[in-house]
Design a protein around this ligand. Structure first.
Ligand code: GLY
Length: 616
């Protein structure tokens, strides 16, 4: 069974149980300023957990390409990958809460846990003796998940397994899920809830380095998490407490790469049939073997796979946002490749595209462009390294030769401040700095780094609070303004103009679109005037759910990749704008009072960015 077979079986298993397949959303989110990348299948669905109506109904399924930047430093073990594919099934609304929802097909814990067990043991044939589960033990006012305990106990007893030995209990640090993590980290308004995870046990010895006893959440690699059912039923309130969401939701996520590892009973995901050909290509071009270089090769394989997918999403390496992450991935991948004395990464890129082309055909179409982008970044990196080297060489005269690792090199002892400049200005990691032959006080460097991370984390938290997902009135107003702006730009600049991204905080609205030149002052004025006119007209805003075909006939704009969806949700602003969108929006444009364009920017690749503001 290949990765693709697992995906196909999962989708059809849930389709047979009344789920509608929804599209794999873009890896770089179109309309979610809270994050740089799509990092779980639920992320594009957030508004539906909060009560917006989904055009496909209450049962959804898909496979979603995901990237988790936070895991970059964890790569180099048997199970973490920054890019992965997540299987997801969702129930938007619980049958128990009100009868009309039952008619419309919501479900909750009982169905979810039973179905996933059935999928694992019957559809993909995992041995039941290899499976263990975890449940939520309670947190503050939220009680222990006794319902899941009861359901799992019944499942195990029916299978003739000892439930006590199979069910493990953990607190909110392990068995609670929200986009922000644990309950304390969730911003106001964020949905989350207890979860129940399934683990696969590999037949390998426990490593005591990770603790006396092994257990599902032990980090030794004996257990691997292969699926997480989140019972998304709470919402964070202003006073740091929780209230029940208007509906109880199921949010399931399971990594394809890990399920494949379980199916192949192979505890190293980099040795599964998905990654093995990629690893073999690294072995070939470096003439080194995986066994003695596994960590280095895991990093190369992981980072280059992620780099291929991010480049395919239209991102170019840069010093900002997604581009910066892409740059780090390529450079860290290259460092490890150079460590193995590898010279040509093109062969590895080809083997990556070979492995994914069946499930992700655009990789093949765009392969030349992807390859060029990554190779160009390699050239830029090489000149950065030589510039960094001459910066230090000018500042510090040579002190002769010393032993560094296995090599004798010309070594400079440099101040940690200078090492930090190499990190923050030239983008070199401590390992890269050392490999150039520059030694520094690592403790002092680490302190500086900690300070730096604290500042960037603060930025990230602020960003999280500011997004559309906060669902504050001002942000919702900003969202409606993007629809007016989209249409007004098309009226003034032409019908070939379309939105390529947006980022809405309660302070300003950022809107990206394709257009080849700077807008004139007159064009800006015209766009503002149209929007302010529509605000004055106090147009009603409403949505309709319709077939994709009808939406296209109506000329609705903003349709992305809807290949699996027969029904779509279209938001109308009077007769002025019709746009594909999940919501939420204000009810009347008059709520916006006034709209102003603050500035415009060229963001490259034939795209422009407008910053604007709405006034209430
Ligand atoms: N959304 C559930 C998960 O990512 O585990």
């Amino acid at each position: 069974m290949k990765a693709k077979d697992i995906v196909d079986k999962y989708i059809s298993f849930f389709e047979k149980r009344g789920h509608k397949r929804i599209a794999n959303s873009p890896l770089v989110p179109q309309n979610d300023p809270t994050t740089l990348f799509t990092s779980s299948g639920m992320q594009p669905l957030i508004q539906y957990f909060l009560g917006e109506i989904h055009p496909q109904g209450k049962r959804l399924v898909n496979v979603q390409n995901c990237f988790r930047a936070a895991d970059i430093d964890e790569i180099g073990d048997n199970r973490h990958t920054t890019f992965f594919r997540m299987l997801g099934n969702w129930s938007l609304g619980d049958p128990a809460r009100n009868a009309s929802q039952r008619d419309a097909g919501g479900y909750f814990k009982k169905e979810q846990l039973k179905w996933y067990w059935e999928f694992l043991t019957k559809e993909i044939g995992l041995l039941k003796e290899k499976l263990y589960v975890t449940i939520f033990n309670g947190f503050n006012d939220i009680s222990k998940d006794n319902e899941s305990l009861k359901i799992w106990t019944e499942i195990f007893e029916k299978e003739g397994l000892n439930a006590n030995e199979r069910i493990f209990h953990y607190g909110a640090d392990k068995n609670w899920w929200s986009r922000a993590g644990e309950p304390e980290k969730m911003p106001e308004g964020e949905p989350g809830g207890p979860d129940s995870e399934v683990f696969y046990l590999f037949d390998v010895a426990h490593d005591k380095k990770y603790g006396k006893e092994c257990h599902p959440n032990c980090q030794c690699g004996r257990f691997m998490e292969i699926g997480n059912s989140v019972f998304m039923e709470y919402q964070k309130t202003k006073d740091n407490k929780f209230k029940p969401l208007p509906q109880k939701n199921v949010d399931f996520g399971g990594g394809v790469e890990r399920l494949l590892a379980a199916v192949e009973d192979q505890n190293d995901v980099f040795q599964t049939s998905l990654f093995l050909p990629i690893v073999k290509s690294i072995e070939r071009v470096s003439e080194k073997d995986y066994r003695s270089n596994h960590k280095t090769m895991q990093i190369i394989a992981d980072h280059l796979v992620a780099a291929v997918f991010i480049t395919a999403a239209g991102i170019a390496p840069s010093n900002k946002e997604q581009g910066y992450i892409l740059r780090r991935l390529i450079r860290r991948g290259l460092d490890n490749f150079y460590k193995l004395e590898g010279k040509d990464i093109k062969t590895i890129l080809t083997s990556i595209v070979d492995q994914y082309k069946e499930t992700d055909p655009p990789l093949l179409v765009d392969f030349e462009k992807i390859k060029l982008t990554i190779i160009e970044e390699e050239q830029i990196y090489k000149s950065t390294l030589s510039r960094a080297k001459s910066y230090i060489e000018k500042k510090y005269p040579s002190t002769g030769s010393e032993q560094v690792g296995d090599e004798i090199k010309g070594v400079r002892k440099i101040l940690s401040d200078d090492a930090f400049i190499l990190y923050s200005t030239h983008g070199l990691s401590p390992t890269q700095i050392k490999s150039l032959g520059f030694l520094f006080d690592e403790q002092k460097f680490a302190e500086k780094m900690k300070e730096h991370q604290k500042v960037s984390r603060k930025g990230a938290e602020k960003k999280f609070r500011g997004g559309l997902a906060d669902h504050s009135e001002k942000t919702i107003m900003g969202h409606t303004a993007t629809h007016l702006l989209h249409q007004a730009l098309r009226d003034i600049l032409g019908k070939h103009v379309f939105q390529t991204g947006s980022n809405i905080t309660n302070e300003r609205v950022r809107f990206d679109f394709n257009f080849e030149r700077k807008l004139t002052d007159e064009e800006i004025k015209k766009v503002e005037n149209i929007i302010n006119e529509k605000i004055k007209e106090n147009l009603p805003v409403h949505f309709e759910i319709m077939t994709l075909d009808r939406a296209q006939k109506l000329g609705a704009i903003g349709l992305f990749d809807e290949k699996y969806e027969d029904k779509v949700k279209i938001y109308f602003i009077g007769n002025y704008s019709k746009e594909f969108c999940g919501g939420p929006h204000v009810e009347f444009t008059g709520i916006l009072k006034r709209f102003k364009i603050l500035k415009q920017e060229n963001i490259g690749h034939g795209q422009r960015r407008i910053y604007s503001q709405v006034f209430d």
